[in-house]
Design a protein around this ligand. Structure first.
Ligand code: BV8
Ligand code: ZN
Length: 257
């Protein structure tokens, strides 16, 4: 997919937007070599289905398996770098109001310089006690073991000795209310919403672009593949985050020069 020259209508939307809200999904980190949620997990984990493992049932059935999976993912992210898409958003935010709402549990937006308004599904780097909720800031179980073995016993909470759990939102769990409220406000108040790198299958996160469209807010989708949203958005840019976002930023820069 070569860089396609932007449709003048898209360029005009981007130039005129004073408040942009970006809703990102796993595809945002794909060019950083972090597998998306629906990629077949590589190596050790390929025989597991993420939608099976990212559940309270999997955790109660085998905490050591689930803890090892998240340790493996955290290690993968630690070895990854933000990509041109992450960097474009951080630069864009220096010129306009730009809010990042993400479904991703990695920290690549932050490491590119963005401040993230809402991590709708939590973070790989915020483990907490499964019982008393105390944040766990102890050194993680040696992340290297998570690549060699399928099971790593979760650490015990220093306060109540219950197992420490990953700081993510599993299927069937409610989203953090404060994160959801900030995300809903960001999607309702902006002049332009950009949804990038998400299959748009998981709710309520997937409802944010729909809510913006219903409120008459233009929505640009960036994704190399069509999604259930692609036919309803204002503009569908069939390209990757690493190509599409820098292309949009060029138009913001041109408007400022
Ligand atoms: C809730 C954190 C209510 C964990 C995640 C039936 C039964 C049970 C539940 C439900 C049901 N029907 C609906 C539900 C609700 C459920 C849901 O929506 N299920 C779906 C599957 C139908 N939702 C929930 O359970 C949510 N909670 O509803 O609670 C409630 C209320 C009160 C009290 C109790 C309960 C919680 C959902 C959160 C789950 N946690 N992640 C972890 O990471 O391990 S979800 C996880 O998958 C991601 O975070 C993301 O949100 C989601 C989808 O992943 P995507 O980010 O979209 O990535 P994906 O791989 O799918 O797609 C990648 C995309 O990128 C593709 O489109 C691809 O084309 C594109 N791409 C690829 N390369 C690039 C690219 N794009 C750009 N550039 C590239 N280079
Ligand atoms: Zn505890």
């Amino acid at each position: 997919m070569g860089a396609t020259p932007l449709d003048p209508a898209v360029a005009a939307l981007v130039r005129g937007a004073h408040w942009v809200t970006v809703c990102s999904g796993a595809g945002m980190s794909a060019e950083s070599n972090v597998p998306t949620f629906r990629d077949a997990e590589t190596g050790l984990w390929e025989r597991f289905d993420p939608t099976e493992l990212a559940t309270p049932e999997a955790w109660s059935a085998d905490p050591a398996l689930v803890w090892a999976w998240y340790q493996w993912r955290a290690r993968l992210v630690r070895g990854a770098e933000p990509n041109a898409g992450h960097r474009a958003l951080a630069q864009w935010a220096q010129r306009r109001t730009l809010m990042v709402v993400t479904q991703n549990v990695d920290d690549l937006h932050e490491r590119a310089g963005s401040s993230v308004s809402a991590h709708l599904h939590g973070s790989l780097f915020a483990p907490r006690c499964s019982n008393c909720g105390t944040p766990y800031d102890g050194t993680d179980a040696d992340p290297d073991t998570a690549t060699e073995t399928l099971r790593v016993e979760p650490p015990a909470c220093p306060r109540c000795l219950s197992p420490v759990r990953p700081g993510v939102v599993w299927f069937g769990e409610p989203l953090p209310q404060d994160a959801w409220d900030r995300a809903a406000d960001a999607a309702a108040g902006c002049d332009l919403l950009i949804v990038v790198g998400t299959s748009g299958l998981v709710y309520p996160a997937a409802s944010l672009p729909e809510r913006a469209l219903a409120a008459g807010i233009p929505v640009i989708e960036i994704n190399p593949d069509p999604t259930p949203l692609s036919s309803s958005v204002t503009h569908f840019l069939q390209t990757t985050a690493g190509r599409g976002l820098p292309a949009l930023l060029e138009h913001v820069r041109a408007a400022d020069d």
